[in-house]
Design a protein around this ligand. Structure first.
Ligand code: GLV
Ligand code: MN
Ligand code: MN
Ligand code: MN
Length: 403
């Protein structure tokens, strides 16, 4: 058989034999017989304690993580920095010889992005105990009519008796949850600040809409006889922009990111359109006003144009989340000890942290990204900025896990 190719030289493998021997000695103290004898019978108290050796198992764990799924034509760093960076942060602590008191866990969340099943942050919403979603997801299908459960199973994930509520976590299951992420905005880079400490995450909402008209031949049907579902969608898109601008705050944003025309032929009047709208604000009330106005506009536009508003579904309408003050203080201390400057800031993008905050004290660390680019291929974070972020994460985890 051909020789194996490793990315390392076998002669470079080194074993931390002192560390290993120290651990063998420590583990031998979990014994019902006096040293140097070891008696450790299955499921005896000493056996159970020995299995948990290394952490204080009664204490809740400190968790960190993010996502690696990516929307179409996006970049390399969104989410990925918070997963691979978390694993590296744990390695940093291991190499430094740090012994955690609380366990440290890395989470890679499922479907932070809404691309496939229409709703974002499936994993974190479910961990946070969203009953409605656990039920609704059993019926959910993607654009090709593949169900969520089918998709999960075919990717090798077993969903226990189709009961998604089996993943719900109790409140305070984690002692704290931290997410490292690129800023996805330009502020840190513009101001030359290496670390952002997030104080709050803006409140996102998204809406799914269908209009239906009669369609018809683009040449033969005269203008007065038309009820063009495409124009209804176009008019609604402009109404979304108007309602957002009318809020009077630059914190209000709205995007029509999906607009599909059916049948999508140049010489056919659109008979059906599908529109998806994303709107966010740091102020939940103001965001809700925009959602209501979008609804009123959709109804009015359908009436005026004689099309049917066959679907108006608010997919999600989430409140904002606040970071934990005590985690913010811990992060501030970490940046101070590492001698890197920081800025307190709001996250305008949403993250799994938005939902983890419902069951755990939450904190987020931002690092700069090139020109604030995200959700496009030009997304970039420098090695130096990533390294700073991982260090701040590592030190924050160490402090929290020692509390
Ligand atoms: C998440 O990707 C977001 O849209 O904020
Ligand atoms: Mn994203
Ligand atoms: Mn992300
Ligand atoms: Mn995101």
């Amino acid at each position: 058989s051909p020789p194996h190719h490793y990315s390392f030289s076998p002669s470079s493998l080194s074993v931390d034999i002192q560390g290993l021997q120290r651990q063998i000695e420590e583990l031998s103290s979990f014994s019902d017989a006096p040293a140097p004898a070891v008696t450790r019978i299955l499921y005896s108290q000493k056996d159970v304690l020995a299995r948990r050796y290394g952490t204080e198992a009664a204490l809740s764990a400190v968790a960190t993580g993010s996502h690696i799924d990516a929307i179409p034509y996006s970049g390399k760093y969104d989410g990925v920095i918070g997963v691979l960076g978390a694993i590296e942060a744990i390695n940093v602590l291991k190499r430094s010889g740090f012994q955690p008191k609380r366990s440290l866990e890395v989470i890679m969340f499922t479907s932070e992005e809404p691309t496939r099943f229409g709703i974002s942050c499936l994993g974190s919403r479910l961990l946070a105990g969203n009953e409605e979603l656990a039920i609704a997801l059993k019926q959910a299908v993607d654009g090709k009519n593949v169900s969520f459960l089918e998709a999960a199973r075919s990717a090798g994930y077993a969903v226990h008796e189709d009961d998604l509520s089996s993943v719900f976590l109790k409140k305070d299951y984690y002692f704290s949850f931290i997410e490292l992420h690129i800023e996805q905005g330009p502020i840190l880079e513009e101001e030359g600040i290496p670390i952002g400490i997030v104080t709050a995450i803006a409140a996102p909402a998204s809406i799914s809409i269908d209009f239906e008209g009669n369609g018809g031949h683009a040449g033969a049907v005269l203008m007065p006889a038309r009820n063009d579902a495409g124009l209804a969608a176009a008019e609604l898109a402009l109404a979304v922009e108007k309602h957002v601008l009318d809020s009077g705050s630059f914190d209000t944003v709205g995007t029509v990111g999906v607009m599909e025309l059916h049948p999508g032929a140049v010489n056919s009047i659109p008979s059906k359109t599908h529109v998806e709208i994303d709107t966010r604000d740091i102020d939940e009330e103001r965001r809700n006003v925009v959602v209501n106005k979008i609804h009123q506009s959709a109804v009015r536009i359908a009436e005026n144009r004689g099309v049917k508003l066959s679907k108006f579904k608010i997919v999600n309408q989430d409140p904002p989340a606040l970071s934990s003050n005590s985690i913010i203080s811990t992060m501030r201390e970490a940046t101070k000890q590492l001698n890197v400057s920081f800025k307190l800031m709001i996250s305008r993008a949403y993250h799994d942290s938005l939902f983890m905050a419902r069951i755990s004290p939450m904190g987020m660390i931002f690092i700069p990204c090139y020109k604030g680019y995200s959700h496009k291929p030009e997304e970039f974070a420098s090695a130096q900025d990533i390294a700073n972020g991982v260090k701040v994460l590592a030190l924050t985890l160490a402090k929290l896990s020692a509390e």
